[in-house]
Design a protein around this ligand. Structure first.
Ligand code: ATP
Length: 941
């Protein structure tokens, strides 16, 4: 339950008044000071002072958690002036009478209520509580006399009979006093009419609409649960939900439809709560949805604090877009991806006013019927967020963003971008919205340029009414695959009075009419005066390019002007075409805005100017082939030096995602590179690829038992592995030594390559182990890990292993299914791969980039196989605990529940909030309810 902050902070002042004007009355005191003293000391005082000291009850000991001041009034000690002062300060006033003293009851209406009303504003009447003390002295109730008074004066919130002597209803009296302040009846209900006030109906209707997530006019079970959880932090048990609906069904005909609660049923329930004195339920709902005591949305709710540092802009974040998307979907009933006038009206029903005027239709994309499309709708929100973030927050508040998305405040929807200066320094930006100011002389075609961005040609633009004209246009463009918003703003052509806002933007468009000789002059002047020394990129646009171009009456031509100022040449543009105008120019503008440092390629398409001619030359076939030749010469320079005649191995590589096919390659180690070719003794043209030794992290021997592959593995620094295999153990050893020496591994300078024959030492599961092997150099056994310098990787793994062919090796690239590290012996346990190796396969053409071979069939393994027992691996290399691996749910979710948690899990949710009140209000007759909700005798209007 969340109250509005200001409400919780409120200090509640309670004034108890009783005044005796004659001695007779003095002897018959009604006992207000005794009431205060009984509350404080919890016993009836024998001796009572004329007036109790002002008492402050701290928030944590009051039922509603509000600090409460109790002020006593004594005529003997205080003047009328002091009484009036206390009345004006009070939030609630208790008028105490004595149940056995008729005169004191009469004075309530004859004296006290008029006196208080005279001193308070009619619209903000202070709530009154009638307190009948000394109930211990009579055996009848004063309620019969009091009820008509309550009906007569709406400011009387409640009445309570109590006894200071036997402490009956003392704490209840103060509870009602607090309640009268925190949950007043006045704004909600009209006792005379016996119905809710229009402002309350309006607020609850808005709440209903927001909670009706699918906008079908019914709160279904899901929506009711969401509502209950949102307002009362408590879900509804399914049975309880049914009970509630049954209760509404019994009480009215159209309160339930299609098994859901209608607006009528919803309002009926709240009327009932209020009538039965459960105002706090309605108030809880109202406050949760941002309302204050006057049923206005609070400033804190609509305008949460949001500090925007200079040079930063405001954008909607992903969550906010998702929310707005759901709002659109909910109102686009005919699913045509556009909002018809009725749909738009329905969407804004939760607003106190219509926020979008007809100009919005000329600011964003619309469909053929002129209705705002989905894209247009999001664009308009983006525009509001960018130009006026406070307004955006307000609108989001009306739509209930923070409630539906369970956010702290509307401010959670906003992203404040990085300071633009930092973006410029770093030469990169994360912004999504870029502003382009469009400047130009009168009639130069600015409006046309804006409207063309929204896909409207001249014919369509002519249909726009002058009073519906917009000076903004916003839509999306794609720059290098990223979707960005470009916001065009038409600046009034008031040369002398361009404000800072007119100048501040990410890119400038200087527009001139090429058919008007006086048009360019304005652009030139504006540029020189405002933008020449700024870092804002500028683009000159020659509009109406379908018309005859005339010479501009300016000292230099537009093209020369652009050249002189290092601007792009003027971009020709027209919106006078049958089809929608091209969007290229807007993409270019966005690109310039995003990368103000970058140089765009020539954007002119005239094919006449120098820019176009050089561009064409650069793109020409001739230049391309020269460039390619140069490139290949440089790249191959290294290889031409290699002695290609010395190739001694041929290798195969896998191709195909589902079925492994093998390609044979010949490998050659030259200097710091391992080349592979299509052919044995292949020339440069047969070169298929290479590995640089610098990329090799380790080399080790691997082997498996079934096939006699003399294999060794190269682990690259990027985590990939290649398994090569020689036709004999000797050759493998030589290759390994060569490679190890090449990567400067010390082992190759020694005779430490072991002659351990793994074929003779399979592990007890029939798998082979990885082991260095070199029977020609040194036949020591053991130390099998010494050449193994592997690291576990989550990247795809590659295998290479030997074929039985002379001087050949096979390469297989595979991706392990779960990105787990799989070793070569593992591959042996997947016969599907091995069996498909065609040892005699012919050369098959491979993709050029060997390292990006298509993925092969995923490997299905029951258990991973490691060179070293998992316990020997470093902690970081170990597999996580299986329990953590098997379940998607994190481990902590499986922890043993505490007794409290366990009991919570099995129990049904506690019945509180809406349901609680429904049960209380509707479960029995009113007398039962009065007893249930208020111990002691209380009456409500
Ligand atoms: N390609 C074109 N061919 C012929 N007429 C055109 C062309 N483009 C625009 N116009 C016309 O030129 C006139 C001026 O265009 P537009 O209103 O776009 O200019 P503007 O710069 O926005 O003017 P203002 O400064 O008065 O707002 C309009 O009447 C428009 O119909």
């Amino acid at each position: 339950m969340s109250y509005c902050c200001s409400e919780v902070q409120k200090k509640l002042m309670l004034v108890l008044i009783e005044r005796c004007q004659n001695t007779q009355c003095m002897t018959a005191k009604v006992g207000k000071t005794s009431l205060i003293m009984s509350l404080v000391s919890e016993e009836f005082p024998d001796e009572v002072p004329l007036r109790a000291e002002e008492i402050t009850i701290p928030a944590d000991v009051t039922p509603e958690r509000v600090p409460t001041h109790i002020v006593d009034y004594s005529e003997a000690e205080q003047s009328d002036e002091q009484l009036y002062q206390e009345i004006s300060k009070a939030n609630v006033i208790c008028i105490v009478y004595s149940v056995n003293n008729k005169k004191s009851i009469e004075k309530v209406t004859s004296h006290w209520i008029p006196l208080i009303n005279d001193r308070t504003d009619k619209d903000s009447r202070v709530p009154l509580i009638l307190v009948g003390n000394k109930s211990d002295l009579v055996d009848h109730s004063s309620m019969e006399t009091i009820l008509p008074i309550m009906n007569q004066y709406s400011e009387i919130e409640t009445c309570v009979e109590c006894s200071a002597k036997n402490l009956k209803n003392i704490s209840e009296l103060f509870y009602y006093a607090q309640k009268a302040v925190l949950h007043p009846t006045g704004p909600l209900y009209c006792p005379e009419e016996k119905e809710m006030k229009p402002s309350c109906i309006k607020a609850l209707t808005r709440i209903f609409k927001i909670s009706d997530l699918d906008n079908d006019g019914i709160l279904n079970d899901h929506e009711l649960n969401f509502f209950q959880r949102t307002c009362f932090n408590m879900p509804l048990a399914p049975q309880a939900l049914e009970d509630v609906k049954n209760v509404v069904r019994r009480n009215m005909t159209d309160g339930i439809r299609d098994n859901g609660l209608t607006l009528k049923g919803f309002l009926f329930l709240h009327t009932l709560f209020i009538q039965r004195g459960r105002h706090e339920t309605t108030w809880t709902v109202l406050r949760r949805f941002g309302y204050d005591d006057d049923l206005e949305l609070t400033q804190e709710y609509l305008f949460p604090l949001l500090k925007i540092p200079p040079n930063c802009t405001t954008e909607l974040n992903h969550n906010a877009y998702l929310f707005l998307q759901s709002v659109f979907d909910k109102h686009d009933k005919d699913r045509d991806c556009a909002l018809s006038p009725d749909e738009l009206k329905d969407l804004f029903k939760v607003f106190p006013y219509m926020p979008w005027g007809p100009d919005v239709n000329n600011t964003v994309y619309t469909n053929d019927e002129g209705w705002i499309t989905y894209q247009g709708y999001l664009s308009q929100w983006t525009l509001t967020t960018y130009l006026d973030v406070q307004r955006c927050l307000e609108y989001l508040g009306y739509l209930g963003y923070s409630i539906i998305h369970e956010q702290e405040s509307q401010a959670a929807a906003i992203t404040i971008t990085r300071n633009k200066q930092i973006d410029l320094q770093k030469k990169q930006t994360q912004r999504s919205v870029f502003r382009c100011n469009v400047l130009g002389a009168r009639g130069s075609g600015k409006s046309g340029f804006l409207q063309a961005f929204l896909g409207r040609n001249l014919a369509r633009q002519k249909r726009i009414r002058e009073d519906h004209k917009s000076y903004y246009a916003i839509s999306t463009t794609y720059v290098y695959g990223q979707e960005k918003y470009l916001l065009l703003h038409e600046v009034l052509p008031d040369f002398e009075f361009l404000s800072e806002a007119d100048l501040a933007c990410d890119v400038v468009c200087l527009v001139y009419d090429l058919s008007n000789p006086r048009s360019f002059e304005y652009c030139a002047k504006v540029y020189k005066k405002y933008f020449m020394d700024s870092k804002t990129p500028c683009m000159v646009i020659a509009t109406k390019s379908d018309l005859h171009e005339v010479r501009q009456h300016y000292s230099t031509s537009p093209l020369d002007f652009c050249r002189r100022h290092k601007l792009h040449p003027p971009q020709q543009f027209t919106c006078n075409a049958a089809e929608a105008p091209s969007r290229d120019i807007y993409t270019k503008l966005t690109t310039m805005a995003m990368y103000p440092h970058g140089k765009l390629r020539c954007m002119c398409a005239c094919n006449r100017c120098t820019f176009c001619i050089s561009q064409n030359l650069l793109n020409s076939e001739l230049l391309h082939s020269v460039r390619a030749k140069l490139y290949s010469v440089i790249v191959n320079r290294h290889m031409t030096q290699a002695d290609l005649k010395n190739s001694t191995f041929w290798l195969r590589a896998s191709v195909g995602a589902t079925r492994l096919r093998w390609v044979t390659y010949w490998f050659k180690l030259h200097n710091a590179t391992l080349f592979f070719y299509n052919k044995e003794h292949g020339s440069n043209s047969d070169l298929r690829g290479q590995y640089y030794l610098i990329e090799i992290e380790s080399v080790r021997e691997v082997m498996w038992t079934k096939k006699k592959h003399y294999s060794f593995e190269i682990v690259l620094k990027n985590g990939k592995r290649k398994v090569l295999a020689a036709e004999s153990a000797d050759l493998r050893h030589q290759w390994m030594c060569q490679l190890l020496q090449a990567i400067n591994h010390p082992v190759c300078n020694t005779t430490e390559l072991n002659s351990y024959n793994s074929e003779t030492a399979p592990d007890n599961k029939g798998r082979t182990k990885s082991s260095p092997c070199n029977r020609f150099v040194n036949n020591q056994s053991g130390a099998s890990d010494r050449l193994v310098m592997r690291r576990h990787s989550t990247e795809p793994v590659s295998y290479l292993w030997s074929s039985s062919h002379h001087s050949a090796a096979v390469i297989l690239t595979a991706t392990s299914p779960n990105n787990t590290d799989v070793d070569l012996p593992h591959a042996q346990s997947t016969p599907c791969i091995l069996d498909e190796i065609d040892q005699n396969a012919e050369v098959i053409e491979l993709e050029h980039d060997y390292d990006v071979l298509p993925h092969c069939k995923p490997l299905h393994t029951e258990e991973p196989i490691y060179d070293t027992p998992p316990s020997n691996r470093r902690l970081s290399e170990r597999e996580p605990e299986t329990t953590e691996n098997i379940y998607d749910v994190p481990k902590y979710a499986f922890r043993k529940k505490s007794v409290k948690e366990a009991s919570c899990a099995t129990e049904l949710p506690e019945i509180t909030g809406l349901l609680h009140d429904m049960v209380l209000c509707l479960g029995g007759n009113s007398a039962d309810w009065v007893r249930a909700t208020a111990p002691g005798t209380t009456c409500q209007p």
